[in-house]
Write a protein that binds this ligand. Sequence first.
Ligand code: AMP
Length: 221
Amino acid sequence: MITLALSKGRIFDETLPLLKAAGIEVLDDPDKTRKLILATNQPDVRVVLVRATDVPTYVQYGGADLGITGLDTLLEHGMEWGGAASSTGLYQPLDLQIAKCRISVAVREGFDYAAAVRQGSRLTVATKYVAIAREFFAAKGVHVDLIKLYGSMELAPLTGLADAIVDLVSTGNTLKANHLVEVEHIMDISSRLVVNQAALKLKREPIRRIIDAFAGVVGQK
Ligand code: AMP
C-alpha cells in the first residue's frame, strides 16, 4: 500500500490533475465526505487528509509514504534552506509548481520600515512562520522580537501588537484590504513532493512510478 498525505483545499485541488497523470483517481470528494482516508482507483494507493502543517510529520515518521506541502511548511518543520534531504529524513524530489505564492514582510501603510531597519530599532514581528522570519532577519542583521500567531496575521500591525508581519502573499489583495504594504519579498513559495526515505527504499518501484509521473507533468524529467 502506498499512502499519500494531502491537505484539503488548494493543494488537494491542484494535486488532482497530477494524480490523474499518474493514472490515479481519488474516489471520494473530500468536501462531501467525513472520511480521512480516501480510496483511489488503484487498490494499492490511498490518500490521507491531514492538516498542511502535519504533512511533513506524517511523511517523516512513516504515517504516509509521500506528501505534498508548501515550502513554507517544510522550512518551518526544520528542513534546511535550499536543502533536499535533511535530518528530517524527508527526501524532496520535486517542486510541483502548484499553490504558488511568496512569503513577504508587510507593515501598516505609513510605517517607515526602511528607517526602522536603518536605525537598528528592535522590530516586533508577528508571524506563523517563526523559523523563516528568524532566519531572514538574522541574515539581514536586524534585531527582531518574534510573536507567534496561528492566523489573521494582518491584524497584528493594525492593533499595535507588532510593527510588521511575515506572511504568505498571493495577489496582495488581503494586504491591500487591511491597509498593509509589502516591504520585503523573502522568497517564492510553491508546493513540494516529499517522500519518506525508508519507504523509497522499501517500495522503490511504485513510489518511483508516482514521482516520475508527477515529474512528467511539471516538466522536470
Ligand atoms: P492574497 O490576498 O491573494 O495575497 O492571499 C493572501 C492570503 O491567502 C493570506 O492570508 C495567505 O496566508 C493566504 N495564501 C496565499 N497563498 C497561499 C498558499 N499558496 N497557500 C496557503 N495560503 C496562502
